[in-house]
Design a protein around this ligand. Structure first.
Ligand code: ADP
Length: 632
């Protein structure tokens, strides 16, 4: 190329934005083993630019170089240690080159860079997913030069160049063909990437599904063709995997894939994947949507945000629909009735698909749920439209599941005895805590299954759903719960049990001792082994919500009106009653009541003031020890 500078050509040296400089510092000095991924990243950028070009050429009349074929060419030279990749895509104007290759637009990338710089377990090969793929070129290069010319008729060419050390040069230049040419001067220890066979292997590995021809020193290396338009029996598992990794910018194996075609109510050709793992779990914020929208093989929008509901943002792949107009804009897409219809059809199809996968292989589905269940739950609480359908996909640990096993709500209902009307659940940190706590006792005694929820947000899922297949979802700590069936007798019956009247009097006395700290004290019909339990009469403001609010602010949130139930068969209550009868003003008995309430709060997962509780515990311990000594 002839890169003459005109006399008045713009020229400047600019500093990289802080995050870019930080990223480059890591990338330049990295001893990273998978350096080869830079080829994937540069090809992927070239392919994006070409997709945009293909779209523009169908919608715009004035374009620079409208007759140039859309393709990618790689040239390498082992002697000089250079690698150049040229595409005939949309290119960049002078200003665009300055912004696109010097700042970071992508929202998640800052977090990614932060984690990388902390030297954590962050995987460099994720770089493309965080919108900073271009900079991976600096893993292997001493210098990177970009010659580019935009498709816009008025634009001149530009040359960008940098050693990745804090700044870059940018100047206008004449004589550049539309598109971009990225020229790498390879580092001494990266000369292998000038070897044509090595380059071809890497392309086969990562970029075989790029929908434009890729040439390496004039040999075409990839098979071009839109995979989603082929019939399933022409496509191997390897092809699907390669396609997933390419379109999803991924490097794992997909968990599920769905390849389907429909002609009514809309024409749809789609290949969609569930990734192997959920990258949101790495704490990098929300992932971007991952499904690209095409119309007759022309990319309309990559990572289309309106194509699937938020909660399905983990799907990767391609949807091609002939019904979508080519010139639909981002803005019209949002409120287009057609896109809404497309979204509905695909979402329903995906839910059905997941349901049938769950039936075919429950264990595999449980693994899927462990990764992406959080987003299914998000759909249940946030999206009224799909709430009921998504509820079929929910999975829970329960008093009847074992090990890693999970149950669906349908399976729970199948196991319900005939006289059971509601579905019960309990919230707790883990199985052991729940099973040791007071809430399960009444259910266990009647052999009624209870779902275990381990996350405060799960409570929110249940309260949004409210019912399933006409059965109410009821928290186990709900006051006035009417359980079906008879409680089976405990094997070791208590030695002593308070008479009804004594128990009632004790409840009133405890309420007086506790004062405003509690709404009401009742004699429990549900408790078997525990001395006391807190129950919640409020079906709207659940205990789970109270926990969440307490976690946010311990002081300012008043507790809702909870009820303390006491167990008339428990020795603590029997003795407390004797103390009360001997002296209704006994301070020690009052302190003991307060400790009883503290303990019940802890069992309910609610916060207590630790200082008060420790003091109380110590006072009681002192008393007990003194009693032991005195009686010796
Ligand atoms: P991403 O491609 O994920 O946005 P990159 O760091 O790889 O992030 O690239 C930054 C930006 O530079 C791209 O968004 C694009 O605007 C521009 N760019 C990179 N490569 C090319 C190219 N070959 N042709 C045109 N623009 C490009």
């Amino acid at each position: 190329m002839d890169n003459q500078e005109t006399p008045k050509a713009k020229k400047k040296t600019l500093k990289f934005k802080a995050e870019v400089a930080q990223l480059l510092d890591i990338v330049v000095n990295s001893l990273y083993t998978d350096r080869e991924i830079f080829i994937r990243e540069l090809i992927s950028n070239a392919s994006d630019a070409l997709e945009k070009m293909r779209h523009l050429s169908l919608t715009k009349s004035e374009i620079t170089g409208s007759d140039i074929p859309l393709e990618i060419r790689i040239e390498s030279d082992e002697d000089s240690g250079t690698f150049a990749i040229t595409d005939t895509g949309i290119g960049m104007t002078f200003d665009e080159a300055g912004t696109n290759l010097g700042t970071i637009a992508h929202s998640g990338s800052k977090e990614f860079i932060k984690k990388l710089s902390e030297g954590g377990e962050m995987d460099m090969s994720l770089i493309g997913q965080f919108g900073v793929g271009f900079y991976s070129a600096f893993m292997v290069s001493e210098r990177v030069t970009v010659q580019t010319r935009s498709w816009e008729p008025a634009a001149t060419g530009a040359i960008w160049s940098s050693e990745g050390k804090g700044s870059f040069n940018l100047r206008e230049a004449e004589g550049i063909t539309r598109g971009a040419r990225i020229l790498l001067t390879l580092k001494e220890d990266a000369k292998e990437f000038a070897n044509a066979d090595r380059i071809k292997d890497i392309i086969h590995k990562y970029s075989n599904f790029v929908p434009f021809p890729i040439f390496v020193n004039d040999d075409q290396v990839n098979t071009v063709g839109a995979l989603w338009t082929k019939s399933k029996n022409e496509i191997s598992d390897e092809d699907y995997k390669g396609f997933y990794q390419f379109v999803g910018n991924a490097h794992d194996d997909p968990t599920y894939r769905l390849h389907f075609a429909a002609d009514a109510p809309l024409s749809i050709r789609a290949v969609l994947f569930v990734p192997g793992s959920n990258i949101e779990k790495m704490g990098l914020g929300k992932m971007d949507p991952g499904v690209h929208l095409y119309c007759r093989k022309v990319l309309i929008q990559s990572q289309a945000p309106d194509l699937l509901p938020e909660f399905f943002r983990f799907f990767r792949g391609v949807v091609d629909s002939e019904d979508i107009p080519l010139n639909i804009s981002r803005e019209t897409m949002q409120d287009s009735a057609l896109i809404a219809k497309l979204r509905r059809v695909i979402t329903k199809r995906l839910i059905k698909f997941l349901e049938s996968e769950a039936k075919d292989d429950a264990e595999k589905f449980n693994k899927f749920f462990a990764e992406f269940g959080i987003m299914i739950k998000e759909g249940v609480w946030s999206d009224m439209e799909y709430r009921a359908d998504l509820a079929k996909l929910l999975r829970f640990t329960s008093s009847k599941t074992e090990g890693d096993g999970l149950t669906s709500l349908d399976e729970y209902i199948e196991r319900m005895p005939e006289d059971q009307k509601d579905i019960y659940y309990v919230l707790g940190g883990n199985r052991a805590t729940i099973e040791a706590g007071p809430y399960l006792e009444a259910f266990r005694a009647r052999d009624i299954e209870v779902l275990y929820l381990f996350d405060n947000a799960d409570d929110f899922v249940m309260t949004s759903l409210r019912e399933y297949e006409g059965k109410k979802l009821v928290p186990a700590d709900q006051a006035d719960i009417e359980l079906p069936g008879e409680a089976k007798e405990e094997e070791d019956q208590p030695e002593e049990k308070l008479e009804e009247k004594d128990a009632g009097d004790l409840a009133r006395w405890v309420k007086e001792a506790l004062g405003e700290a509690i709404e009401e004290v009742r004699v429990s019909k549900r408790l078997v082994k525990s001395p006391a339990v807190l129950v919640n009469p409020d079906t709207m403001f659940t205990t789970g919500m109270q926990r969440v609010m307490q976690a946010v602010s311990k002081d300012s949130i008043p507790m809702s009106k909870m009820i303390l139930e006491i167990n008339p068969s428990h020795p603590i209550l029997v003795h407390l009653n004797s103390l009360r009868l001997a002296n209704p003003n006994d301070d020690f008995a009052k302190e003991a009541s307060r400790l009883l309430l503290d303990n019940a709060r802890i069992s309910a997962g609610l916060a207590v003031d630790p200082r008060d509780m420790v003091e109380r515990g110590n006072a009681i311990l002192e008393h007990a020890l003194k009693g032991m000594v005195d009686s010796k």
